[in-house]
Design a protein around this ligand. Structure first.
Ligand code: FES
Ligand code: FES
Length: 166
């Protein structure tokens, strides 16, 4: 009996159909970085704890170090590179991070941006955002530099901008 060790997958990445032939055990994080050249997705703990590798699969945040690339065959993936508009206009969450100085070394930032963007896109934009909700949104991502105050400020800032843009 022969066992397939590679598979060709088709994934829409940041709105663009992409194809890659990957080992069947290739992690999604590695496929994005090494096979598709999207190094904006960072890899920290590699076991689902830090959130640095978070990308969106069909709009939902997932830890790409816990998924196999073959699992996204036929799905849509958004990485941090896909958050800004095609003309380069930053996503409101990116703009808020810039405004609020919500990053230092930036290692954790792609994971925060994708997570926060997905959560703010999903919620009712006209509803107020409580401190507890902000804690809930950012609580699964680790940052060793900022102390979180400015990250949380950025979430409020982005939510307000998205509400105004309605
Ligand atoms: S690298 Fe995936 S959660 Fe830390
Ligand atoms: S900005 Fe350095 S780990 Fe978060």
């Amino acid at each position: 009996m022969t066992v397939d060790t590679e598979r060709t997958i088709t994934v829409t990445v940041n709105g663009v159909p992409r194809e890659a032939t990957v080992p069947v055990r290739r992690l999604l994080s590695d496929a994005l970085r090494h096979d598709l050249g999207l190094t904006g997705t960072h890899v920290g703990c590699e076991h689902g704890v830090c959130g640095a590798c978070t990308v969106l699969v069909d709009g939902d945040p997932v830890r790409s170090c816990l998924m196999l690339a073959v699992q996204v065959d036929g799905h849509a993936v958004t990485t941090v590179e896909g958050l800004a508009a095609p003309d380069g206009t930053l996503h409101p969450v990116q703009e808020a991070f810039r405004e609020c100085h919500a990053l230092q070394c930036g290692f954790c930032t792609p994971g925060f941006l994708t997570t926060i963007a997905a959560e703010l896109e999903k919620r009712d934009r006209s509803a107020g955002l409580t401190e507890e909700e902000v804690d809930e949104i950012v609580g699964g991502n680790l940052c060793r530099c900022t102390g979180y105050a400015n990250i949380k400020k950025a979430v409020h800032h982005a939510a307000a901008a998205m509400k105004d843009a309605q």
